[in-house]
Design a protein. Sequence first.
Length: 101
Amino acid sequence: MDRDVEPQEITSLVGREVYTNNGVFLGEVEDLRLNLDAESVTGLALHQLNRELFAGEASSSRGVIVPYRWVQAVGDVIIVNDLVERIQRQKDGESEEEVTA
């Protein structure tokens, strides 16, 4: 079934919560990174971060930028792939086997 999708203002993304596709809360969109030449969104600037996932980033900076190419769905919340969780686990020195076992 084909349905018409109405364009939205990019500012409507600001304030939305961001979760991984595994349901882990990442943060809230505070701002957007734009490529003005291409007229596209290239990143989501998150604040009010998940302190467990972004322990170092949460205390040392205002937030993090998630590349927009990681976004899988936009609705009432924004869903990104679980790559963010994997990166954080690697920073913490956990192996993939430890995470999935």
